[in-house]
Every structure is written in structure tokens, then in C-alpha cells.
Design a protein around this ligand. Sequence first.
Ligand code: 5AD
Ligand code: SF4
Length: 457
Amino acid sequence: MKQPSFTIKTFGCQMNVRDSEIMAQLLAEKGYVESMEMKDADVVILNTCSIRAKAEQKAMSLLGALRKVKKRRPGMKICVAGCVAQQEGEEICRRMDYVDLVIGTQNLYELVDLLESVDGTSKVATSMSNSYEIPAFIPSMPSLTSPGGPQGATPAPSVRKFLTIMQGCNNYCTYCVVPYTRGREISRKVNDIIEEARVLVDAGVQEITLLGQNVNSYGRTNSVTAEGGEYSFALLLREVAAIEGLKRLRFTTSNPKDLSPDLMRCFSEIETLCPQFHLPVQSGSNIVLSKMNRKYTRELYLQKVAELRSFRPDISLSTDVIVGFPGETEADFEQTMEILEDVRFHSSFSFKYSDRPGTRSADFDDKVDEQVKSERLSRFQKRQDQICLEQNSLYVGKILPVMIEKVTDDGLMGRTETNHIVHIKEIIECSPGDIVSVTINHAGQHSLNGRIDSSNQ
Ligand code: 5AD
Ligand code: SF4
């Protein structure tokens, strides 16, 4: 009998990339085979993201387009997963009766059973636990294959893997949907994380990125050791770094309010911890930060950046920024521009504020005009692009260790410790995962170019 095929389209963040891996793993265990072609797969899963309105629209428009495909092939099963599914379960089925299954962020483990019980009417499974017990949806074992990454992106190569250390978020930033779509902040047990990391390294993974909405508060809301003792993210980093054979360690993402000196010290003490930090600032205005419920000020943010740089002067910093938060004045926005000048981020992700269902800021009545938001966003991005280029130019002439990710007929693609992509138009004998010395000879806004240093020959 022919094996059923599936395809997963992933939208949004790394959390979703990891969830897609889990779904792929569950399906593969039951004999499903992955197909890259959505048009002939027996099961199509859209793993949606609702963090911003645009991310949600992208998923919903693909879902709309699937109506026609389903008409041609009524046997195909359509499943909507992820944060939009969690929040809009019933509504999706009401508006799109051709959807077979809507599965929430905490029901992933029921995926195969639910898919097999589908009978022509839409099914919804979106339960959300309120407890701090570590639930079954947190997987104990990694998948060693990678399904397709976010739309348009290539799948993560297997020398680099994500490892989820915690789920959910308790911070309730007023604009953010995550506490509602992913539930309470729950940390996985230290031993489970170490075991998973070991399995990855034994399978040839060279670089691990520890994942959580706010990794700095790892171990704070539930006990993570067998003895029930105290624990911290800095300790976890040290334990993972001690795994023999692991070449590079990264993590994401952090809330500045929880960035401790202990964690900063790790950057000068753990050799394999890459000098790269994603530290979302969101706004440079204290008034806006307070309305966002971020629980830090611009002064504290700048102080933490300075401290971090004192531990690791070559650290590359990236950030997230929201422009046009309700009530943001021109003066508030100017303060965000000032932060950009003060910190000189190596890169940033910037977004226009959008209302998200259920969040507190959706009810604020001082919304900023769409055109003003667009104008501020483009001003911010233009300046950030210049700074990216200026920062990247500082690498020209340097010899950097680059981990190779891709070997093609044209040359090599790799990544520096600071997370910069490097293109090398040379062919040498090497494989993904090898670390080679590269002389950087050109800097672009988003990547570097280099040639193999003679020390490798
Ligand atoms: N509007 C715009 N951007 C948002 N983000 C989160 N919620 C919203 C929203 N409602 C951004 C933040 C966050 C990133 C993942 O998405 O900058 O850090
Ligand atoms: Fe959302 Fe704030 Fe939690 Fe980040 S820290 S996931 S922005 S609520």
C-alpha cells in the first residue's frame, strides 16, 4: 500500500520551526512520508503564527488558496496548527468548512490520532493548560531531520539545531499574544535538555541554539532539577557547553529585565558560547516601554548593553523594535532612533505595531495612524541598514572562524561566531560543520564575503 504523504508550511518564529519538526517526527513514526510539494500531499499542515497581523494574514491567504486544491482532490486533509489555530479554532472552521483539523499549540501530540479520526467534518483540538506541570507536549527527544523552514527559507541544515528549553511566557507585554497562544511559562527539566543535547551532538550536530520566549528566566516558575533545587539559565548554559563535541552554543530570546550578571559572565567564560546576543528593546521611550509593560527603562537597557560589552567586547547585538505603538509621539520615536545610534546594533527586526486579539494594547484608544507608522518604520530601517553596513565593514581584513553550512558547485556558505553569513567563492575539500579560517574581504548589509585563509592549507 502506498504510504500517505504530508507537507508542512511553517510561518513565524523558531518555536514554530521546532514544532514543525515535532509534527514531522510524529507523522514519520506512523509511516507518513514527507513531500515537498503541497499540491500532491495527502496531508497539508499550515503551522501558523499570530505574533503580528501580517504573519497571520500570510497563513490565512495560503489557507484560502487551498480551497481550490481541495476541490480537485477531496481526499486531501487540511490541518491548521500553531498560534492562529490556538486562538481562532472555532472561527477557522466556521469560515472555512474545508479545513479538516485545527490543532492548538498544546495538542501537537494528538496530531496523528486526530488526523486519522477525521471524517469530513471539521475537528478542533485547542485545549490550554493553566498548570505549571511539565506537559506531554514538550518533547523529550529531538528529531534529526529538518522539515521546510519558514516560507521561502531553506531548511536548517542538520549541523545546526534548535533545542526547546521552555514553553510559554508569563510577562504579558501589553502588545503580545504569546501568553495567550502558548500558555504559562514552563521550563523543561535540566536532565531532559542535557540528554537531548547529547543525542544531537552524538548524531553530528555541531551547533545548538537553546530556545524559549524568555530564556533568561529559565527555571524560575517550576522546578527543573530532580531534587527540586534552585537553578538558573547561566547554570544550564554551562552544563550544555560541557558536552563533549559541541562546537557552538547560542540561545534566543531574552527579556532585558531578566539579563543577569551571571549570564553575562558566561560570555567571557564559556569558550563555545558564541558572541551574539538578541536583546529586544522594542522602544527607546520610557513612556512607551511602560505602556508596553516591559519592566525596564532605556537607561537600564543601555546599562546592560555596556555591561555585556565589558564581558565580551566583540559581541554582536541584535534587537526587535516596534514602531507606532499606541500613543507613540514623534519625540518617543526619536528616542528609539537614539537607541539605535547609542547601541549600533549589528542587525534588527523592526515592525509596525498591529493589534492582536486578546491583548491589552488592542483596547488602547490612542492608535497611531497607519501612514505615520509606515514612515517611521522606513526611517528606522534606512538608518539601521546604514549601521549594518558600517558595523559589517569593521570585519573586513579580519580572519574569522567560519562554520561551513553549505557546499555548492559555486563555493561555500558559512557562519561566523557572531552569526554573520559568509559567502566564499572558492572550492576546497570540506563538509558542512567544518570550521575554516576565512579572511573577510567584503562587507554587505546582510552578509560578508571572504576567501579561505592560507592557514587552512
Ligand atoms: N505588533 C507588532 N510587533 C509585535 N511583536 C510582538 N507583538 C507585536 C505586535 N502586536 C514583535 C516584537 C517581538 C517580535 C517577535 O514581534 O518586536 O519581539
Ligand atoms: Fe511576548 Fe513579552 Fe513574552 Fe516576549 S516577553 S513573548 S514580547 S509577552
